[in-house]
Design a protein. Sequence first.
Length: 176
Amino acid sequence: MRRRFVLALAAVLLAACGSSPVAVAPPAVPTRVPLRAVNLEPVLIQDGDLPSGLSPAQVFDAPPPAFKDYPAATKAAYQRFQRAGDTAGGVTVLLYEQAADLANAAAQAVPTKKDYQAVEGVGERAALFVPELLTVRQIGFVRCQAVVNVVMDQVEPDELIAYAKRLDRRLQGMVC
């Protein structure tokens, strides 16, 4: 009797270890959206992003003229900032599929000149430009396949960096 009980228990335990009669699907792997299809506009500026006095203005699907020497981007977005109705900077995001174009644009957006300061915690690399005689501040950074440039007038460098960090976090899920 005892032997039958042990055999029955062993049979039940072995049956529990067998494969499931219901097929288990592997977890879904997200498919990356092609860079041309990425919608950048909703991530450029969100509520609470901009320092006091700055507000979002027009959005364009091409970079401003200052980027004429950059390689043509696969996808681009540019949104102006305004203060009291006047342009007070803007944010430009350029997406690149080709590594050579990305490297070229990154070298221009994140220069290593003495007037630029490296910034930790923004993108894979970032550089801040704070000219002594002007009120304009600029930060450029690279995140995966994106090159970003942000210019703000009449703000403190830490306000500019805080905005760049928030934008960087939002871009990570889209361009990496």
